[in-house]
Design a protein around this ligand. Structure first.
Ligand SMILES: C[S@@+](CC[C@H](N)C(=O)[O-])C[C@H]1O[C@@H](n2cnc3c(N)ncnc32)[C@H](O)[C@@H]1O
Length: 239
């Protein structure tokens, strides 16, 4: 059993959701505000690159863009993160996978759900390839007191998600160009009834074409729908 669980059980009647904990709420407020503040800067960057005509749509994330984005949080919107929390509580999720951890904002919601589910050996497996973000994420996990529920795998998800080590109840795909490689690696571990959500799937239909082909292919055993949250939020159930 996780060290934090017995203490959690004593609190349980007072606070059925860790998201109502003032300390975690304050941390999330600060992180969401920090992420939101970077949005204008990011929009201005893309507008400038488009105006210069320097965007290469065949090799979209070039070195300059990679440098620019290497410290951008791009956190999941709060309503979507809370929605993920609710789904993980409903599933009584024990094992959760997150593709695209960045600085760990969505990870905190997932880990809070796993902790609140009071299951043994609950874990959120996150993955991130930017070392600066990994460092900041770990700092945030410690600040939230949730590190023991999170296994952050540093590196390219095409390697880090090869071995998931057990059945998965819930997966968040929050990544732009490698959504299908992420799902493809985790799909064999999804238990019947598991849910996979993927953010921003209607912003650029071409970008997610292969992802939609995969979740709609009958042999892959999914049913799927787009939840009309901003940018499209694909909710897929393993059947
Ligand atoms: C949209 S952000 C994730 C935001 C995060 N879920 C949150 O709410 O705070 C996507 C992240 O995926 C990371 N990423 C992109 N390609 C990756 C890859 N191939 N392997 C691992 N991480 C990757 C990026 O560095 C970026 O931080």
């Amino acid at each position: 059993m996780h060290a934090g669980l017995s203490a959690r059980r004593e609190d349980n009647l007072d606070m059925p959701s860790l998201l109502n904990d003032p300390k975690l709420e304050a941390l999330l407020d600060r992180l969401h505000a920090q992420s939101d503040a970077q949005v204008d800067e990011t929009d201005a960057y893309f507008a400038r690159r488009a105006q210069e005509g320097s965007l290469d749509y065949e090799n979209f994330c070039d070195d300059d863009m990679h440098d620019f984005l290497s410290d951008k949080m791009v956190a999941l919107d709060r309503d979507k993160a809370e929605f993920c929390y609710q789904l993980c509580r409903s599933l009584r999720a024990t094992r959760v996978v997150e593709a695209g951890t960045s600085c760990g904002v969505s990870t905190l919601y997932l880990a809070a759900a796993v902790r609140d589910n009071e299951v043994d050996n609950g874990v959120v497996i996150g993955t991130e390839h930017e070392p600066r973000k990994v460092e900041f994420a770990c700092q945030n996990f410690r600040a939230a007191g949730l590190s023991e529920f999170i296994e952050l795998r540093e590196g390219d998800l095409r390697q880090t998600l090869q071995d998931i080590g057990g059945p998965v109840d819930f997966m968040l795909v929050d990544i732009w160009d490698v959504a299908l490689p992420a799902l493809d690696r985790v799909a064999p571990s999804l238990r019947p009834g598991a849910i996979v959500v993927c953010d921003n799937t209607t912003v650029d239909a071409d970008e997610y074409r292969d992802y939609f082909e995969f979740v709609n292919h009958p042999s892959n055993r999914f049913c799927t729908m787009t939840v009309p949250l901003e940018g499209g939020f694909e909710l897929t159930v393993r059947v």
